[in-house]
Ligand binder design. Structure first.
Ligand SMILES: Cc1cc2nc3c(=O)[nH]c(=O)nc-3n(C[C@H](O)[C@H](O)[C@H](O)COP(=O)(O)OP(=O)(O)OC[C@H]3O[C@@H](n4cnc5c(N)ncnc54)[C@H](O)[C@@H]3O)c2cc1C
Length: 417
Protein backbone atom coordinates (compact mmCIF):
# COMPACT_ATOMS: atom_id res chain seq x y z
CA UNK A 1 0.00 0.00 0.00
CA UNK A 2 1.48 3.40 -0.87
CA UNK A 3 1.60 6.15 1.70
CA UNK A 4 -0.52 8.62 -0.25
CA UNK A 5 -4.03 8.70 1.07
CA UNK A 6 -6.23 6.66 -1.27
CA UNK A 7 -9.98 7.29 -1.27
CA UNK A 8 -12.51 4.55 -1.98
CA UNK A 9 -16.30 4.29 -1.99
CA UNK A 10 -16.01 1.23 0.22
CA UNK A 11 -13.26 -0.29 2.32
CA UNK A 12 -13.85 -3.91 3.29
CA UNK A 13 -11.67 -5.09 6.15
CA UNK A 14 -10.83 -8.79 6.17
CA UNK A 15 -10.50 -11.15 3.21
CA UNK A 16 -12.41 -14.09 4.66
CA UNK A 17 -15.55 -15.43 2.98
CA UNK A 18 -17.68 -12.57 4.38
CA UNK A 19 -15.30 -9.80 3.29
CA UNK A 20 -14.65 -11.28 -0.15
CA UNK A 21 -18.37 -11.71 -0.84
CA UNK A 22 -19.08 -8.17 0.41
CA UNK A 23 -16.33 -6.77 -1.83
CA UNK A 24 -17.56 -8.68 -4.90
CA UNK A 25 -21.16 -7.56 -4.33
CA UNK A 26 -20.27 -3.90 -3.80
CA UNK A 27 -17.87 -3.82 -6.76
CA UNK A 28 -20.34 -5.56 -9.07
CA UNK A 29 -22.77 -2.74 -8.28
CA UNK A 30 -20.30 -0.18 -9.54
CA UNK A 31 -18.60 0.92 -6.33
CA UNK A 32 -14.87 1.52 -6.07
CA UNK A 33 -13.88 -1.08 -3.50
CA UNK A 34 -10.70 -1.77 -1.56
CA UNK A 35 -10.42 -5.06 0.33
CA UNK A 36 -7.76 -4.88 3.03
CA UNK A 37 -6.33 -8.00 4.63
CA UNK A 38 -3.58 -8.34 7.23
CA UNK A 39 -2.27 -11.62 5.80
CA UNK A 40 -0.21 -11.85 2.61
CA UNK A 41 -3.11 -13.74 0.99
CA UNK A 42 -6.89 -14.06 1.36
CA UNK A 43 -9.02 -16.83 2.89
CA UNK A 44 -6.53 -18.45 5.23
CA UNK A 45 -9.30 -19.85 7.46
CA UNK A 46 -11.51 -20.72 4.49
CA UNK A 47 -8.77 -23.06 3.29
CA UNK A 48 -8.94 -24.99 6.58
CA UNK A 49 -12.69 -25.49 6.51
CA UNK A 50 -14.18 -28.96 6.35
CA UNK A 51 -10.71 -30.47 6.88
CA UNK A 52 -9.57 -28.72 3.72
CA UNK A 53 -12.67 -29.84 1.79
CA UNK A 54 -14.84 -26.81 2.66
CA UNK A 55 -18.33 -27.62 3.85
CA UNK A 56 -19.61 -24.54 2.04
CA UNK A 57 -23.26 -24.61 3.04
CA UNK A 58 -26.17 -26.87 3.90
CA UNK A 59 -29.32 -27.76 1.96
CA UNK A 60 -31.52 -27.02 5.01
CA UNK A 61 -34.69 -24.93 4.62
CA UNK A 62 -34.65 -21.27 5.65
CA UNK A 63 -36.53 -22.18 8.84
CA UNK A 64 -33.95 -24.84 9.76
CA UNK A 65 -31.02 -22.56 8.91
CA UNK A 66 -32.37 -19.90 11.24
CA UNK A 67 -33.00 -22.41 14.00
CA UNK A 68 -29.37 -23.51 13.85
CA UNK A 69 -28.40 -20.04 15.09
CA UNK A 70 -30.42 -20.47 18.28
CA UNK A 71 -33.17 -18.49 19.91
CA UNK A 72 -32.44 -15.25 18.09
CA UNK A 73 -31.51 -16.81 14.76
CA UNK A 74 -34.28 -14.86 13.03
CA UNK A 75 -31.85 -11.91 13.03
CA UNK A 76 -30.39 -13.59 9.93
CA UNK A 77 -33.71 -13.93 8.05
CA UNK A 78 -33.00 -11.02 5.69
CA UNK A 79 -29.42 -12.11 5.05
CA UNK A 80 -30.42 -15.72 4.33
CA UNK A 81 -33.34 -14.53 2.15
CA UNK A 82 -31.22 -12.05 0.15
CA UNK A 83 -28.54 -14.65 -0.52
CA UNK A 84 -29.76 -18.15 0.24
CA UNK A 85 -27.95 -21.48 0.20
CA UNK A 86 -29.18 -22.08 -3.36
CA UNK A 87 -27.99 -18.58 -4.40
CA UNK A 88 -24.60 -19.41 -2.92
CA UNK A 89 -24.35 -22.69 -4.81
CA UNK A 90 -25.50 -20.96 -8.01
CA UNK A 91 -22.84 -18.30 -7.53
CA UNK A 92 -20.15 -20.98 -7.65
CA UNK A 93 -21.87 -23.26 -10.18
CA UNK A 94 -22.20 -20.40 -12.66
CA UNK A 95 -18.44 -19.97 -12.33
CA UNK A 96 -17.72 -23.63 -13.00
CA UNK A 97 -17.66 -25.32 -9.57
CA UNK A 98 -20.00 -28.28 -9.02
CA UNK A 99 -21.14 -29.55 -5.63
CA UNK A 100 -22.01 -32.78 -3.91
CA UNK A 101 -24.30 -33.27 -0.96
CA UNK A 102 -23.26 -35.43 1.96
CA UNK A 103 -24.83 -36.62 5.22
CA UNK A 104 -27.04 -34.09 6.96
CA UNK A 105 -27.34 -31.91 3.84
CA UNK A 106 -23.68 -30.81 4.03
CA UNK A 107 -22.59 -29.30 0.72
CA UNK A 108 -19.00 -29.77 -0.48
CA UNK A 109 -17.30 -28.81 -3.74
CA UNK A 110 -16.95 -31.81 -6.04
CA UNK A 111 -13.22 -31.19 -6.00
CA UNK A 112 -13.04 -31.94 -2.24
CA UNK A 113 -10.70 -28.98 -2.10
CA UNK A 114 -11.36 -25.62 -0.45
CA UNK A 115 -8.78 -24.04 -2.79
CA UNK A 116 -11.28 -24.33 -5.64
CA UNK A 117 -13.75 -22.21 -3.62
CA UNK A 118 -11.12 -19.59 -2.83
CA UNK A 119 -9.93 -19.46 -6.43
CA UNK A 120 -13.41 -18.51 -7.67
CA UNK A 121 -13.72 -15.77 -5.08
CA UNK A 122 -10.32 -14.35 -6.04
CA UNK A 123 -11.13 -14.47 -9.76
CA UNK A 124 -14.47 -12.84 -9.14
CA UNK A 125 -12.88 -10.04 -7.10
CA UNK A 126 -10.38 -9.41 -9.89
CA UNK A 127 -13.03 -9.42 -12.63
CA UNK A 128 -15.16 -6.93 -10.71
CA UNK A 129 -12.23 -4.60 -10.11
CA UNK A 130 -11.85 -5.03 -6.35
CA UNK A 131 -8.56 -3.53 -5.25
CA UNK A 132 -7.18 -6.25 -2.95
CA UNK A 133 -4.50 -4.95 -0.59
CA UNK A 134 -2.62 -7.54 1.48
CA UNK A 135 -0.27 -7.21 4.45
CA UNK A 136 -2.50 -4.38 5.62
CA UNK A 137 -3.59 -4.70 9.24
CA UNK A 138 -6.19 -2.18 10.30
CA UNK A 139 -5.10 -0.44 13.51
CA UNK A 140 -7.75 2.22 14.03
CA UNK A 141 -11.00 3.62 12.65
CA UNK A 142 -12.07 7.27 12.73
CA UNK A 143 -15.73 7.74 11.94
CA UNK A 144 -16.82 10.66 9.68
CA UNK A 145 -17.45 14.00 11.41
CA UNK A 146 -20.07 15.03 8.81
CA UNK A 147 -22.71 12.85 7.15
CA UNK A 148 -20.98 13.21 3.75
CA UNK A 149 -17.51 12.72 5.25
CA UNK A 150 -15.14 9.81 5.01
CA UNK A 151 -13.99 7.13 7.41
CA UNK A 152 -10.28 7.41 8.07
CA UNK A 153 -8.66 4.00 8.38
CA UNK A 154 -5.18 3.65 9.81
CA UNK A 155 -3.12 0.60 8.94
CA UNK A 156 0.33 -0.72 9.83
CA UNK A 157 3.30 1.44 8.87
CA UNK A 158 1.29 4.69 9.20
CA UNK A 159 -0.64 3.96 6.04
CA UNK A 160 -4.05 5.61 5.83
CA UNK A 161 -6.97 5.21 3.48
CA UNK A 162 -10.28 7.03 3.35
CA UNK A 163 -13.60 5.51 2.45
CA UNK A 164 -17.21 6.64 2.38
CA UNK A 165 -18.34 3.29 3.76
CA UNK A 166 -16.64 0.57 5.75
CA UNK A 167 -17.52 -3.10 6.03
CA UNK A 168 -15.91 -4.78 9.02
CA UNK A 169 -15.48 -8.50 8.25
CA UNK A 170 -12.54 -9.33 10.50
CA UNK A 171 -13.98 -12.65 11.74
CA UNK A 172 -14.03 -13.95 15.31
CA UNK A 173 -11.23 -14.77 17.75
CA UNK A 174 -10.70 -18.47 17.04
CA UNK A 175 -7.67 -19.99 15.32
CA UNK A 176 -5.88 -16.64 15.53
CA UNK A 177 -2.98 -17.95 13.43
CA UNK A 178 -5.35 -17.53 10.46
CA UNK A 179 -5.46 -13.76 11.13
CA UNK A 180 -8.79 -13.69 12.98
CA UNK A 181 -7.52 -12.54 16.33
CA UNK A 182 -10.48 -10.43 17.35
CA UNK A 183 -9.25 -7.00 16.17
CA UNK A 184 -12.69 -6.12 14.84
CA UNK A 185 -14.27 -6.33 18.28
CA UNK A 186 -12.03 -3.50 19.43
CA UNK A 187 -12.94 -1.30 16.46
CA UNK A 188 -16.63 -2.04 17.06
CA UNK A 189 -16.29 -1.19 20.74
CA UNK A 190 -14.30 2.01 20.08
CA UNK A 191 -16.96 3.22 17.65
CA UNK A 192 -19.79 2.75 20.13
CA UNK A 193 -21.03 -0.80 19.53
CA UNK A 194 -21.77 -3.33 22.24
CA UNK A 195 -19.79 -6.53 22.02
CA UNK A 196 -21.24 -9.58 23.79
CA UNK A 197 -18.84 -11.90 25.69
CA UNK A 198 -16.83 -14.10 23.34
CA UNK A 199 -17.57 -17.75 23.92
CA UNK A 200 -16.28 -20.79 22.10
CA UNK A 201 -18.62 -22.66 19.76
CA UNK A 202 -17.89 -26.12 18.36
CA UNK A 203 -15.23 -26.84 20.96
CA UNK A 204 -13.90 -29.92 22.83
CA UNK A 205 -14.63 -30.24 26.54
CA UNK A 206 -12.37 -31.11 29.46
CA UNK A 207 -13.24 -33.85 31.93
CA UNK A 208 -12.48 -34.44 35.60
CA UNK A 209 -11.69 -38.11 35.01
CA UNK A 210 -8.02 -38.53 34.25
CA UNK A 211 -8.54 -42.03 32.82
CA UNK A 212 -9.84 -40.45 29.58
CA UNK A 213 -6.15 -40.12 28.71
CA UNK A 214 -5.97 -43.90 28.47
CA UNK A 215 -8.76 -43.81 25.90
CA UNK A 216 -7.18 -41.03 23.83
CA UNK A 217 -7.93 -41.49 20.12
CA UNK A 218 -10.86 -43.90 20.61
CA UNK A 219 -14.00 -42.92 18.72
CA UNK A 220 -17.32 -44.37 19.84
CA UNK A 221 -19.89 -44.37 17.02
CA UNK A 222 -23.65 -43.89 17.41
CA UNK A 223 -23.68 -43.19 21.11
CA UNK A 224 -26.18 -41.11 23.07
CA UNK A 225 -25.45 -38.68 25.87
CA UNK A 226 -27.86 -37.53 28.51
CA UNK A 227 -27.22 -34.52 30.69
CA UNK A 228 -29.23 -33.99 33.83
CA UNK A 229 -28.64 -30.48 35.11
CA UNK A 230 -30.13 -27.85 37.40
CA UNK A 231 -32.41 -26.58 34.61
CA UNK A 232 -33.64 -29.96 33.37
CA UNK A 233 -32.38 -32.64 31.01
CA UNK A 234 -30.81 -32.73 27.53
CA UNK A 235 -30.38 -35.77 25.31
CA UNK A 236 -28.07 -35.79 22.27
CA UNK A 237 -28.46 -38.88 20.13
CA UNK A 238 -26.61 -41.06 17.65
CA UNK A 239 -23.35 -39.23 17.21
CA UNK A 240 -19.71 -40.12 17.48
CA UNK A 241 -17.64 -39.20 20.51
CA UNK A 242 -13.86 -39.02 20.56
CA UNK A 243 -11.73 -39.34 23.69
CA UNK A 244 -8.76 -36.97 23.85
CA UNK A 245 -5.89 -36.60 26.31
CA UNK A 246 -7.83 -33.92 28.20
CA UNK A 247 -11.46 -34.95 27.72
CA UNK A 248 -14.01 -35.46 24.97
CA UNK A 249 -14.48 -34.25 21.43
CA UNK A 250 -15.99 -35.60 18.18
CA UNK A 251 -19.14 -34.39 16.38
CA UNK A 252 -21.56 -35.29 19.21
CA UNK A 253 -19.63 -33.12 21.66
CA UNK A 254 -18.52 -30.37 19.25
CA UNK A 255 -21.99 -29.80 17.82
CA UNK A 256 -23.62 -29.63 21.23
CA UNK A 257 -20.85 -27.79 23.05
CA UNK A 258 -22.59 -24.43 22.82
CA UNK A 259 -25.60 -25.95 24.64
CA UNK A 260 -23.41 -27.55 27.31
CA UNK A 261 -21.13 -24.54 27.95
CA UNK A 262 -23.81 -22.34 29.60
CA UNK A 263 -24.30 -25.10 32.18
CA UNK A 264 -20.65 -24.72 33.22
CA UNK A 265 -21.21 -21.15 34.43
CA UNK A 266 -20.05 -20.24 37.95
CA UNK A 267 -17.56 -23.11 37.96
CA UNK A 268 -20.29 -25.76 37.87
CA UNK A 269 -19.45 -29.24 36.64
CA UNK A 270 -21.75 -31.06 34.24
CA UNK A 271 -22.40 -34.78 34.56
CA UNK A 272 -22.77 -36.58 31.26
CA UNK A 273 -24.23 -40.06 31.05
CA UNK A 274 -22.98 -41.93 28.04
CA UNK A 275 -25.01 -44.74 26.51
CA UNK A 276 -22.63 -46.83 24.41
CA UNK A 277 -25.38 -49.09 23.08
CA UNK A 278 -28.51 -46.99 22.71
CA UNK A 279 -29.96 -49.55 20.27
CA UNK A 280 -30.29 -52.09 23.11
CA UNK A 281 -32.35 -51.77 26.28
CA UNK A 282 -30.99 -52.77 29.67
CA UNK A 283 -33.25 -55.85 29.58
CA UNK A 284 -31.94 -56.87 26.16
CA UNK A 285 -28.35 -56.53 27.36
CA UNK A 286 -29.14 -58.59 30.41
CA UNK A 287 -30.46 -61.40 28.19
CA UNK A 288 -27.43 -61.16 25.88
CA UNK A 289 -24.97 -61.31 28.80
CA UNK A 290 -26.74 -64.16 30.57
CA UNK A 291 -26.68 -66.16 27.31
CA UNK A 292 -23.01 -65.34 26.73
CA UNK A 293 -21.96 -66.23 30.29
CA UNK A 294 -23.49 -69.65 29.69
CA UNK A 295 -22.35 -70.33 26.13
CA UNK A 296 -18.81 -68.91 26.56
CA UNK A 297 -18.33 -70.16 30.12
CA UNK A 298 -14.60 -70.89 29.83
CA UNK A 299 -13.69 -67.62 28.13
CA UNK A 300 -11.94 -64.85 30.11
CA UNK A 301 -14.29 -61.91 30.64
CA UNK A 302 -11.65 -59.51 29.28
CA UNK A 303 -11.65 -61.42 25.99
CA UNK A 304 -15.42 -61.52 25.68
CA UNK A 305 -15.66 -57.78 26.31
CA UNK A 306 -13.76 -57.19 23.04
CA UNK A 307 -17.03 -57.98 21.30
CA UNK A 308 -18.75 -55.13 23.09
CA UNK A 309 -16.24 -52.29 23.12
CA UNK A 310 -12.85 -51.11 21.80
CA UNK A 311 -9.93 -53.05 23.35
CA UNK A 312 -8.48 -50.06 25.20
CA UNK A 313 -11.77 -49.50 27.06
CA UNK A 314 -11.65 -52.90 28.71
CA UNK A 315 -9.03 -52.09 31.39
CA UNK A 316 -10.99 -48.93 32.21
CA UNK A 317 -14.19 -50.96 32.62
CA UNK A 318 -12.43 -53.54 34.77
CA UNK A 319 -10.83 -50.96 37.04
CA UNK A 320 -13.99 -48.87 37.40
CA UNK A 321 -16.22 -51.89 38.10
CA UNK A 322 -13.67 -53.81 40.18
CA UNK A 323 -14.17 -56.97 38.11
CA UNK A 324 -11.14 -59.28 38.20
CA UNK A 325 -9.71 -59.49 34.66
CA UNK A 326 -8.87 -63.18 35.15
CA UNK A 327 -12.45 -64.15 35.87
CA UNK A 328 -14.08 -66.58 33.47
CA UNK A 329 -17.50 -65.90 32.00
CA UNK A 330 -19.11 -68.67 34.10
CA UNK A 331 -17.76 -66.98 37.27
CA UNK A 332 -19.61 -63.74 36.62
CA UNK A 333 -21.95 -62.72 39.44
CA UNK A 334 -25.19 -60.77 39.19
CA UNK A 335 -23.29 -57.75 40.55
CA UNK A 336 -20.63 -58.12 37.81
CA UNK A 337 -23.33 -58.35 35.15
CA UNK A 338 -25.10 -55.25 36.43
CA UNK A 339 -21.79 -53.37 36.59
CA UNK A 340 -21.07 -54.20 32.93
CA UNK A 341 -24.57 -53.16 31.89
CA UNK A 342 -24.22 -49.96 33.88
CA UNK A 343 -20.91 -49.23 32.20
CA UNK A 344 -22.44 -49.75 28.76
CA UNK A 345 -25.70 -47.90 29.35
CA UNK A 346 -24.77 -45.24 31.91
CA UNK A 347 -21.10 -44.44 31.67
CA UNK A 348 -20.57 -41.26 33.74
CA UNK A 349 -18.21 -38.47 32.67
CA UNK A 350 -17.80 -35.15 34.46
CA UNK A 351 -17.26 -32.08 32.30
CA UNK A 352 -15.32 -29.42 34.16
CA UNK A 353 -14.73 -26.77 31.47
CA UNK A 354 -14.22 -26.14 27.76
CA UNK A 355 -11.14 -25.32 25.74
CA UNK A 356 -10.68 -21.56 25.13
CA UNK A 357 -12.19 -19.55 22.23
CA UNK A 358 -8.85 -19.72 20.45
CA UNK A 359 -9.22 -23.52 20.11
CA UNK A 360 -12.86 -23.40 19.03
CA UNK A 361 -14.01 -23.74 15.44
CA UNK A 362 -16.22 -20.69 15.82
CA UNK A 363 -16.57 -17.70 18.13
CA UNK A 364 -20.01 -17.23 19.62
CA UNK A 365 -20.65 -13.74 20.89
CA UNK A 366 -19.41 -10.68 19.04
CA UNK A 367 -20.81 -7.36 17.85
CA UNK A 368 -24.22 -7.29 19.47
CA UNK A 369 -27.14 -7.82 17.07
CA UNK A 370 -28.85 -4.97 18.93
CA UNK A 371 -26.49 -2.54 17.22
CA UNK A 372 -26.98 -3.86 13.68
CA UNK A 373 -29.89 -3.40 11.29
CA UNK A 374 -30.67 -6.99 10.18
CA UNK A 375 -32.13 -5.78 6.86
CA UNK A 376 -28.88 -4.16 5.75
CA UNK A 377 -26.14 -5.22 8.23
CA UNK A 378 -25.48 -1.50 8.74
CA UNK A 379 -24.63 -0.24 12.20
CA UNK A 380 -27.48 1.47 14.03
CA UNK A 381 -25.03 3.91 15.63
CA UNK A 382 -22.53 4.74 12.87
CA UNK A 383 -23.98 5.46 9.44
CA UNK A 384 -22.01 3.85 6.64
CA UNK A 385 -20.40 1.18 8.86
CA UNK A 386 -21.45 -2.40 8.16
CA UNK A 387 -20.68 -5.75 9.78
CA UNK A 388 -20.49 -9.16 8.11
CA UNK A 389 -19.52 -12.71 9.06
CA UNK A 390 -18.29 -14.17 12.30
CA UNK A 391 -17.68 -10.74 13.86
CA UNK A 392 -21.45 -10.61 14.39
CA UNK A 393 -22.89 -12.22 17.54
CA UNK A 394 -24.33 -15.70 17.01
CA UNK A 395 -23.04 -19.07 15.85
CA UNK A 396 -24.28 -22.41 14.62
CA UNK A 397 -23.13 -26.02 14.91
CA UNK A 398 -21.06 -27.60 12.17
CA UNK A 399 -22.75 -28.47 8.88
CA UNK A 400 -21.92 -25.52 6.61
CA UNK A 401 -24.16 -23.04 8.46
CA UNK A 402 -21.40 -20.70 9.60
CA UNK A 403 -19.95 -20.25 6.12
CA UNK A 404 -23.46 -19.64 4.78
CA UNK A 405 -23.84 -16.94 7.46
CA UNK A 406 -20.53 -15.37 6.35
CA UNK A 407 -21.48 -15.36 2.66
CA UNK A 408 -25.07 -14.20 3.23
CA UNK A 409 -24.21 -11.37 5.62
CA UNK A 410 -21.27 -10.43 3.37
CA UNK A 411 -23.60 -10.22 0.38
CA UNK A 412 -26.20 -8.18 2.26
CA UNK A 413 -23.60 -5.77 3.65
CA UNK A 414 -22.08 -5.45 0.16
CA UNK A 415 -25.40 -4.18 -1.19
CA UNK A 416 -24.74 -1.09 0.97
CA UNK A 417 -28.47 -0.44 1.33
C1 LIG B 1 -10.66 -25.45 11.41
C2 LIG B 1 -11.97 -24.80 11.00
C3 LIG B 1 -12.83 -25.49 10.15
C4 LIG B 1 -14.06 -24.91 9.79
N1 LIG B 1 -14.86 -25.58 8.92
C5 LIG B 1 -16.04 -25.04 8.55
C6 LIG B 1 -16.87 -25.68 7.59
O1 LIG B 1 -16.51 -26.70 6.99
N2 LIG B 1 -18.08 -25.11 7.30
C7 LIG B 1 -18.49 -23.94 7.90
O2 LIG B 1 -19.59 -23.49 7.62
N3 LIG B 1 -17.68 -23.27 8.74
C8 LIG B 1 -16.48 -23.78 9.07
N4 LIG B 1 -15.65 -23.09 9.92
C9 LIG B 1 -16.05 -21.72 10.34
C10 LIG B 1 -15.75 -20.73 9.20
O3 LIG B 1 -14.43 -20.88 8.80
C11 LIG B 1 -16.03 -19.30 9.65
O4 LIG B 1 -17.36 -19.22 10.04
C12 LIG B 1 -15.75 -18.30 8.53
O5 LIG B 1 -14.43 -18.38 8.06
C13 LIG B 1 -16.04 -16.87 8.99
O6 LIG B 1 -15.80 -16.03 7.91
P1 LIG B 1 -15.42 -14.50 8.13
O7 LIG B 1 -15.16 -13.96 6.75
O8 LIG B 1 -16.43 -13.83 8.96
O9 LIG B 1 -14.09 -14.52 8.97
P2 LIG B 1 -12.63 -15.13 8.69
O10 LIG B 1 -12.72 -16.25 7.75
O11 LIG B 1 -12.06 -15.36 10.03
O12 LIG B 1 -11.87 -13.94 7.96
C14 LIG B 1 -11.55 -12.73 8.62
C15 LIG B 1 -10.35 -12.13 7.94
O13 LIG B 1 -10.11 -10.84 8.50
C16 LIG B 1 -8.70 -10.64 8.61
N5 LIG B 1 -8.44 -9.64 9.64
C17 LIG B 1 -8.65 -9.74 10.97
N6 LIG B 1 -8.28 -8.62 11.60
C18 LIG B 1 -7.81 -7.77 10.64
C19 LIG B 1 -7.27 -6.46 10.65
N7 LIG B 1 -7.12 -5.76 11.78
N8 LIG B 1 -6.91 -5.90 9.47
C20 LIG B 1 -7.03 -6.57 8.29
N9 LIG B 1 -7.52 -7.83 8.23
C21 LIG B 1 -7.91 -8.43 9.39
C22 LIG B 1 -8.18 -12.02 8.98
O14 LIG B 1 -6.81 -12.15 8.68
C23 LIG B 1 -9.07 -12.93 8.14
O15 LIG B 1 -8.49 -13.23 6.90
C24 LIG B 1 -14.41 -23.62 10.28
C25 LIG B 1 -13.54 -22.94 11.12
C26 LIG B 1 -12.33 -23.51 11.48
C27 LIG B 1 -11.38 -22.76 12.38
Amino acid sequence: MNKNIDIYDVAVIGAGPAGMMAAITAASNGHRVALLERNPEPGKKLLLTGNGRCNLTNTASLKDLLEKFGRRGSFLRSAFSSFSNTDLMEFFESRGLEFKIEEGGRVFPITDDSKSVLKILETSMRKNGVKAIYNARLKGVKTPKKSDGNFILKFDYNTVIKAKKVILATGGASYSATGSSGDGFRFADETGHGVTPLKPGIVPLKTKESWVKRLQGITLEDVTITIKHHRGKMVFKDGSLLFTHFGVSGPLILDNSSKIIPLLEDGRHVNIILDLVPSKTTEELKTILLGAFESHGKVDIKNYLKLLMPNRMIPVLLSLTGIDSKKKMNQMTKKDRNSIINFLKAFPITITCHLPVEKAIITCGGVSREYINPNTMESKVVNGMYFAGEIVQGCAPSGGFNLQQAFSTGYLAGLLS
